[in-house]
Design a protein around this ligand. Sequence first.
Ligand SMILES: [Zn+2]
Length: 206
Amino acid sequence: MKRSRRRRGTLLRIDDAGWVESALRTPSPNFDARPADTEITLVIVHGISLPPGRFGGPGIAALFANRLRADAHPYYASIASLRVSAHFLIRRRGELLQFVSCRDRAWHAGVSQWQGRAGCNDYSIGIELEGTDTTPYTSAQYAQLGCLIDALRACHPIADTVGHCDVAPGRKTDPGQGFDWARFRRRGGHPRHSPARVAVAVHTPR
Ligand SMILES: [Zn+2]
């Protein structure tokens, strides 16, 4: 039987303050507190590149830091004033960046709902994959995403992993057809659209 490549991935650890110890920490001011006593039960996968279709530049981190210059690219004029963030970004080579503590509410989903529950930012973790809707995401990204979700599931009762398109249909399309949900599931990722189920290894962070 083929060895699971995911099992060879790096084990990630989330510290008591909600930060992945090995992630490149680039704090964003765009967050606030989750509502009291809100459990994190959802992971939302996004796709982003800035400028669109160009990979590896400083645009995404600049956007989340409110430092994107509106005149640096024609596309930036329409987004530079946005106040947005995500908890994580996984770059094309698998590099993991973290912008907001998992304990806090990042501003990634916007107007959204999942299974009848609105305001997904309240109870979700937002993970951006550097890419476009139509460009296949990389093996390094699938591997890092699997490791990250393993680490999140060890701390929180995550019941579902979905796309931004699933919680804001008609408004958002990411991560797009470039994200292979079947491949993600094969690596041990959470089933998409699964009925809520109890995670095996749940504990509450101190
Ligand atoms: Zn998105």
